[in-house]
Design a protein around this ligand. Structure first.
Ligand code: GLU
Length: 306
Protein backbone atom coordinates (compact mmCIF):
# COMPACT_ATOMS: atom_id res chain seq x y z
CA UNK A 1 0.00 0.00 0.00
CA UNK A 2 1.33 3.44 -0.86
CA UNK A 3 0.78 6.19 1.67
CA UNK A 4 0.71 9.65 0.26
CA UNK A 5 1.89 12.45 2.48
CA UNK A 6 0.51 15.90 1.80
CA UNK A 7 2.85 18.88 1.88
CA UNK A 8 1.86 21.88 4.00
CA UNK A 9 0.67 23.73 0.91
CA UNK A 10 -1.37 20.80 -0.38
CA UNK A 11 -3.00 20.43 2.98
CA UNK A 12 -3.81 24.14 3.18
CA UNK A 13 -5.20 23.98 -0.36
CA UNK A 14 -7.80 21.38 0.65
CA UNK A 15 -8.92 23.10 3.79
CA UNK A 16 -7.71 26.69 3.57
CA UNK A 17 -9.78 29.19 5.56
CA UNK A 18 -8.59 32.75 5.79
CA UNK A 19 -10.16 35.89 7.16
CA UNK A 20 -10.13 39.67 7.16
CA UNK A 21 -10.98 41.06 10.59
CA UNK A 22 -11.43 44.84 10.53
CA UNK A 23 -12.37 46.92 13.56
CA UNK A 24 -15.25 49.25 12.63
CA UNK A 25 -13.59 52.41 13.92
CA UNK A 26 -14.13 54.36 10.71
CA UNK A 27 -14.01 53.88 6.94
CA UNK A 28 -11.32 51.60 5.50
CA UNK A 29 -8.13 53.47 4.60
CA UNK A 30 -5.37 52.38 2.25
CA UNK A 31 -3.53 50.52 5.05
CA UNK A 32 -6.55 48.37 5.90
CA UNK A 33 -7.20 47.77 2.19
CA UNK A 34 -3.67 46.36 1.87
CA UNK A 35 -4.42 43.85 4.66
CA UNK A 36 -7.76 42.95 3.06
CA UNK A 37 -6.18 42.47 -0.39
CA UNK A 38 -3.36 40.30 1.02
CA UNK A 39 -5.74 38.00 2.90
CA UNK A 40 -8.08 37.79 -0.10
CA UNK A 41 -5.29 36.97 -2.56
CA UNK A 42 -3.85 34.31 -0.28
CA UNK A 43 -7.27 32.65 0.08
CA UNK A 44 -7.89 32.80 -3.70
CA UNK A 45 -4.40 31.51 -4.52
CA UNK A 46 -5.07 28.52 -2.25
CA UNK A 47 -8.59 28.10 -3.68
CA UNK A 48 -9.82 28.42 -0.13
CA UNK A 49 -12.55 30.29 1.74
CA UNK A 50 -12.31 33.93 2.78
CA UNK A 51 -14.30 35.09 5.79
CA UNK A 52 -14.97 38.58 7.10
CA UNK A 53 -15.29 39.17 10.82
CA UNK A 54 -16.17 42.54 12.31
CA UNK A 55 -14.03 43.05 15.41
CA UNK A 56 -16.32 45.34 17.35
CA UNK A 57 -15.56 44.32 20.94
CA UNK A 58 -14.20 47.75 21.84
CA UNK A 59 -17.49 49.62 22.15
CA UNK A 60 -15.69 52.90 22.91
CA UNK A 61 -13.94 52.87 19.54
CA UNK A 62 -16.80 51.58 17.35
CA UNK A 63 -18.27 54.15 14.96
CA UNK A 64 -21.96 53.66 14.17
CA UNK A 65 -22.46 52.45 10.61
CA UNK A 66 -18.73 51.91 9.95
CA UNK A 67 -19.23 48.11 9.71
CA UNK A 68 -21.75 48.33 6.87
CA UNK A 69 -19.74 51.07 5.15
CA UNK A 70 -16.60 48.95 5.12
CA UNK A 71 -18.49 45.92 3.82
CA UNK A 72 -19.83 48.07 0.96
CA UNK A 73 -16.28 49.21 0.17
CA UNK A 74 -15.07 45.59 0.03
CA UNK A 75 -17.95 44.78 -2.33
CA UNK A 76 -17.13 47.78 -4.53
CA UNK A 77 -13.62 46.33 -4.78
CA UNK A 78 -15.08 43.05 -6.04
CA UNK A 79 -14.25 41.10 -2.87
CA UNK A 80 -16.78 38.40 -1.99
CA UNK A 81 -16.88 36.66 1.37
CA UNK A 82 -17.73 32.97 1.42
CA UNK A 83 -19.73 32.72 4.65
CA UNK A 84 -21.98 34.89 6.75
CA UNK A 85 -20.27 37.86 8.34
CA UNK A 86 -19.67 37.52 12.08
CA UNK A 87 -19.71 40.33 14.63
CA UNK A 88 -17.59 39.86 17.75
CA UNK A 89 -20.11 41.84 19.78
CA UNK A 90 -22.49 38.87 19.39
CA UNK A 91 -20.01 36.23 20.55
CA UNK A 92 -19.59 37.06 24.23
CA UNK A 93 -20.84 33.61 25.30
CA UNK A 94 -17.94 31.96 23.45
CA UNK A 95 -15.41 34.33 25.02
CA UNK A 96 -16.79 33.67 28.51
CA UNK A 97 -16.58 29.89 27.91
CA UNK A 98 -12.93 30.25 26.86
CA UNK A 99 -12.17 32.39 29.92
CA UNK A 100 -13.72 29.66 32.10
CA UNK A 101 -11.73 26.97 30.28
CA UNK A 102 -8.49 28.88 30.89
CA UNK A 103 -9.27 28.36 34.61
CA UNK A 104 -6.21 28.52 36.84
CA UNK A 105 -4.23 30.34 34.15
CA UNK A 106 -6.45 33.39 34.71
CA UNK A 107 -6.41 35.71 37.71
CA UNK A 108 -8.42 38.76 38.73
CA UNK A 109 -6.47 41.99 38.86
CA UNK A 110 -7.26 45.24 40.68
CA UNK A 111 -4.38 47.34 39.31
CA UNK A 112 -4.91 50.59 37.44
CA UNK A 113 -2.44 51.62 34.74
CA UNK A 114 -0.94 54.13 37.16
CA UNK A 115 -0.46 51.48 39.87
CA UNK A 116 1.29 49.20 37.38
CA UNK A 117 3.64 51.99 36.30
CA UNK A 118 4.28 52.97 39.96
CA UNK A 119 5.10 49.44 41.10
CA UNK A 120 7.51 49.01 38.22
CA UNK A 121 9.25 52.24 39.17
CA UNK A 122 9.45 51.13 42.82
CA UNK A 123 11.03 47.84 41.70
CA UNK A 124 13.58 49.82 39.66
CA UNK A 125 12.11 48.61 36.37
CA UNK A 126 11.49 50.84 33.39
CA UNK A 127 8.19 52.69 33.27
CA UNK A 128 6.26 50.40 30.96
CA UNK A 129 2.99 48.54 31.20
CA UNK A 130 4.60 45.08 31.50
CA UNK A 131 2.64 43.65 34.38
CA UNK A 132 4.76 43.32 37.56
CA UNK A 133 2.73 40.39 38.94
CA UNK A 134 1.04 42.33 41.77
CA UNK A 135 -2.27 40.39 41.87
CA UNK A 136 -0.97 36.97 40.82
CA UNK A 137 -1.48 35.54 44.30
CA UNK A 138 -4.85 37.26 44.84
CA UNK A 139 -6.07 40.82 45.13
CA UNK A 140 -5.63 42.81 48.35
CA UNK A 141 -8.61 42.84 50.76
CA UNK A 142 -9.44 46.50 50.23
CA UNK A 143 -9.35 46.21 46.42
CA UNK A 144 -11.87 45.04 43.82
CA UNK A 145 -11.27 43.00 40.69
CA UNK A 146 -11.04 45.28 37.65
CA UNK A 147 -9.67 43.09 34.89
CA UNK A 148 -8.82 39.44 34.22
CA UNK A 149 -5.31 38.55 33.12
CA UNK A 150 -3.63 35.45 31.73
CA UNK A 151 -0.67 34.30 33.78
CA UNK A 152 2.40 34.07 31.59
CA UNK A 153 4.95 31.41 32.63
CA UNK A 154 8.56 32.12 33.53
CA UNK A 155 11.56 30.42 32.02
CA UNK A 156 11.95 28.59 28.72
CA UNK A 157 8.23 27.85 28.21
CA UNK A 158 7.57 31.60 28.01
CA UNK A 159 9.57 31.76 24.79
CA UNK A 160 7.22 31.30 21.83
CA UNK A 161 8.74 30.58 18.45
CA UNK A 162 6.87 30.43 15.16
CA UNK A 163 7.55 30.77 11.48
CA UNK A 164 5.98 33.67 9.62
CA UNK A 165 5.45 32.81 5.93
CA UNK A 166 6.98 36.13 4.87
CA UNK A 167 9.23 37.21 7.72
CA UNK A 168 10.69 33.82 8.68
CA UNK A 169 11.36 32.57 12.21
CA UNK A 170 10.05 34.77 15.00
CA UNK A 171 10.40 34.42 18.70
CA UNK A 172 9.18 36.35 21.71
CA UNK A 173 9.74 35.80 25.41
CA UNK A 174 6.29 36.51 26.84
CA UNK A 175 7.56 36.95 30.39
CA UNK A 176 10.01 39.76 29.56
CA UNK A 177 8.35 41.32 26.49
CA UNK A 178 4.68 41.19 27.47
CA UNK A 179 3.93 39.95 30.99
CA UNK A 180 0.56 38.70 32.24
CA UNK A 181 -1.88 40.15 29.73
CA UNK A 182 -5.50 41.26 29.88
CA UNK A 183 -8.30 39.00 28.62
CA UNK A 184 -11.22 40.94 30.02
CA UNK A 185 -10.78 44.64 30.50
CA UNK A 186 -11.61 46.82 33.49
CA UNK A 187 -14.44 48.41 31.47
CA UNK A 188 -15.99 44.94 31.04
CA UNK A 189 -15.08 44.62 27.35
CA UNK A 190 -13.42 41.49 26.00
CA UNK A 191 -9.80 42.05 25.06
CA UNK A 192 -8.77 41.65 21.42
CA UNK A 193 -6.28 38.86 22.30
CA UNK A 194 -8.94 36.56 23.73
CA UNK A 195 -11.62 37.30 21.14
CA UNK A 196 -9.31 36.78 18.18
CA UNK A 197 -7.99 33.44 19.47
CA UNK A 198 -11.49 32.09 20.12
CA UNK A 199 -12.81 33.30 16.77
CA UNK A 200 -9.89 32.05 14.69
CA UNK A 201 -10.30 28.61 16.31
CA UNK A 202 -14.09 28.36 16.21
CA UNK A 203 -14.16 29.57 12.61
CA UNK A 204 -11.52 26.97 11.67
CA UNK A 205 -9.07 29.58 10.34
CA UNK A 206 -6.00 27.86 8.90
CA UNK A 207 -4.16 30.99 7.76
CA UNK A 208 -3.94 34.42 9.35
CA UNK A 209 -2.76 37.09 6.90
CA UNK A 210 -2.65 40.59 8.42
CA UNK A 211 -0.51 43.69 8.94
CA UNK A 212 2.88 43.46 10.63
CA UNK A 213 1.65 45.81 13.37
CA UNK A 214 0.03 42.65 14.80
CA UNK A 215 3.19 40.52 14.61
CA UNK A 216 3.84 41.32 18.26
CA UNK A 217 0.46 39.82 19.25
CA UNK A 218 1.04 36.44 17.59
CA UNK A 219 3.11 34.89 20.40
CA UNK A 220 0.36 35.69 22.93
CA UNK A 221 -2.22 34.16 20.63
CA UNK A 222 -0.16 31.01 20.01
CA UNK A 223 0.43 30.59 23.74
CA UNK A 224 -3.32 30.81 24.42
CA UNK A 225 -4.12 28.38 21.59
CA UNK A 226 -1.85 25.85 23.32
CA UNK A 227 -3.63 26.12 26.67
CA UNK A 228 -7.05 25.95 25.02
CA UNK A 229 -6.06 22.92 22.88
CA UNK A 230 -6.74 24.84 19.67
CA UNK A 231 -4.63 24.29 16.61
CA UNK A 232 -2.29 27.08 15.58
CA UNK A 233 -2.89 28.62 12.15
CA UNK A 234 -0.06 29.61 9.80
CA UNK A 235 0.81 33.32 9.97
CA UNK A 236 1.81 35.81 7.31
CA UNK A 237 2.33 39.44 8.27
CA UNK A 238 2.49 41.97 5.45
CA UNK A 239 4.26 45.35 5.68
CA UNK A 240 2.33 48.21 7.19
CA UNK A 241 1.62 51.36 5.18
CA UNK A 242 3.09 54.49 6.72
CA UNK A 243 2.47 58.19 6.03
CA UNK A 244 5.03 60.93 5.30
CA UNK A 245 5.75 61.28 9.02
CA UNK A 246 6.63 57.61 9.29
CA UNK A 247 3.42 56.82 11.22
CA UNK A 248 1.21 53.80 10.52
CA UNK A 249 -1.88 54.86 8.56
CA UNK A 250 -4.83 54.92 10.94
CA UNK A 251 -7.77 57.05 11.87
CA UNK A 252 -5.63 58.65 14.61
CA UNK A 253 -2.94 59.66 12.10
CA UNK A 254 -5.53 61.19 9.80
CA UNK A 255 -5.76 58.46 7.13
CA UNK A 256 -8.53 59.13 4.63
CA UNK A 257 -11.04 56.63 3.23
CA UNK A 258 -9.84 54.97 0.02
CA UNK A 259 -13.45 54.64 -1.15
CA UNK A 260 -14.95 58.07 -1.68
CA UNK A 261 -18.05 56.74 -3.41
CA UNK A 262 -17.30 57.92 -6.93
CA UNK A 263 -13.55 57.38 -7.35
CA UNK A 264 -11.87 54.78 -9.57
CA UNK A 265 -11.08 52.01 -7.09
CA UNK A 266 -9.17 49.91 -9.61
CA UNK A 267 -6.65 52.65 -10.45
CA UNK A 268 -6.60 54.51 -7.17
CA UNK A 269 -6.82 51.73 -4.61
CA UNK A 270 -6.52 48.13 -5.84
CA UNK A 271 -3.55 48.44 -8.19
CA UNK A 272 -1.57 50.59 -5.69
CA UNK A 273 -2.39 48.07 -2.91
CA UNK A 274 -1.11 45.15 -5.02
CA UNK A 275 2.01 47.15 -5.93
CA UNK A 276 2.58 47.93 -2.27
CA UNK A 277 2.50 44.16 -1.67
CA UNK A 278 5.25 43.71 -4.24
CA UNK A 279 3.15 42.46 -7.15
CA UNK A 280 4.35 43.75 -10.51
CA UNK A 281 1.90 43.88 -13.42
CA UNK A 282 3.46 43.78 -16.87
CA UNK A 283 0.46 45.71 -18.23
CA UNK A 284 -2.28 47.53 -16.37
CA UNK A 285 -5.39 45.45 -15.55
CA UNK A 286 -8.40 47.02 -17.25
CA UNK A 287 -11.17 45.80 -14.98
CA UNK A 288 -11.65 44.68 -11.38
CA UNK A 289 -12.23 40.97 -12.32
CA UNK A 290 -9.07 41.07 -14.48
CA UNK A 291 -7.20 42.68 -11.56
CA UNK A 292 -8.18 39.85 -9.21
CA UNK A 293 -7.33 37.03 -11.55
CA UNK A 294 -3.92 38.48 -12.48
CA UNK A 295 -3.07 39.57 -8.94
CA UNK A 296 -3.96 36.07 -7.65
CA UNK A 297 -1.55 34.51 -10.16
CA UNK A 298 1.19 36.93 -9.16
CA UNK A 299 0.57 36.21 -5.46
CA UNK A 300 0.67 32.45 -6.04
CA UNK A 301 3.98 32.87 -7.89
CA UNK A 302 5.46 35.07 -5.16
CA UNK A 303 4.63 32.58 -2.40
CA UNK A 304 5.16 29.38 -4.40
CA UNK A 305 1.49 28.32 -4.13
CA UNK A 306 0.50 25.74 -6.73
N1 GLU B 1 -9.15 43.96 14.24
C1 GLU B 1 -7.74 44.13 13.99
C2 GLU B 1 -7.50 45.43 13.26
O1 GLU B 1 -8.41 45.97 12.65
C3 GLU B 1 -7.17 43.01 13.16
C4 GLU B 1 -7.01 41.78 13.94
C5 GLU B 1 -6.37 40.60 13.26
O2 GLU B 1 -6.30 40.56 12.01
O3 GLU B 1 -5.95 39.71 13.97
O4 GLU B 1 -6.39 45.92 13.30
Amino acid sequence: MTLSVLSDDCYAMLTYRGRFAPSPTGPLHFGSLVAAVASYLDAKAHRGSWLVRIEDVDFDRNVAGADHALLRSLQRCGMKWDEEITWQSQRGVLYQAALDQLGRHVFACSCSRKEIADSRLRAGLSDSQIYPGTCRAGIADNKVARAYRLRVPDGAVACITFEDRLLGMQSQDLSTAVGDFVLKRADGFWAYQLAVVVDDATQGITDVVRGADLLDSSARQIYMQGILNYSTPRYLHVPVVINQNGEKLSKQTGAIAFDRGDNNLLQEALIPAAQFLGLIFTSTPQSIPEFWSRATELWAGKFGIQ
